[in-house]
Unconditional design. Structure first.
Length: 174
């Protein structure tokens, strides 16, 4: 998803000089998605497919969070674009709780979602961020800017849950 040179992986995405063609708010969202991919790859490395679907100590599974990250990004951007959820998006929402995908398949879904999101964010990044939008069946008020920021915020929140759960899973192996 990144554009331009790739410095050492230890440098956070916002310091890599990438996405410079995108206005600042959109760039920040893209950097958050890049950081999410970095963290998801790092912290899920070595987990088995069974571990990814397990719920250690009652925590929500890594698999759920990965599905949710990918699919909620699409939904939030649909609202940012002024759309309503399609039947396919609603079915994907209902299917987030269960599934038997491998870790590789789940990470591929996140990567595909973020690739699609990057193009959408680039378009939205040039819009008036105060343009009114609404969310959900009850049409709660937000704006294009609010939805864009929520993509980054919401993604990072669930990445944190993946990291925590992955650490617990690895600690339980000992």
């Amino acid at each position: 998803m990144s554009t331009s040179a790739t410095p050492a992986p230890s440098v956070e995405p916002w310091l890599r000089g990438t996405h410079t063609e995108v206005p600042a708010v959109g760039r920040a969202v893209l950097h958050a998605l890049d950081l999410a991919l970095d963290d998801l790859s790092k912290w899920t490395a070595g987990l088995t497919d069974a571990e990814v679907h397990s719920q250690p100590l009652g925590l929500t599974s890594v698999a759920f969070h990965l599905r949710h990250i990918a699919r909620s990004t699409d939904r939030i951007l649909t609202y940012a674009e002024g759309g309503r959820l399609t039947a396919e998006q609603l079915a994907a929402l209902k299917a987030e709780q269960a599934g038997e995908e491998t870790l590789a398949e789940l990470l591929a879904e996140v990567e595909a979602s973020f690739s699609n999101a990057a193009e959408r964010v680039r378009v939205l990044a040039t819009a008036n961020f105060d343009t009114a939008r609404s969310v959900g069946r009850t049409q709660l008020p937000t704006s294009i800017g609010g939805a864009l920021i929520h993509v980054a915020d919401h993604t990072q929140r669930h990445v944190g849950q993946v990291v925590t759960t992955a650490k617990v899973l690895k600690a339980l192996r000992r």
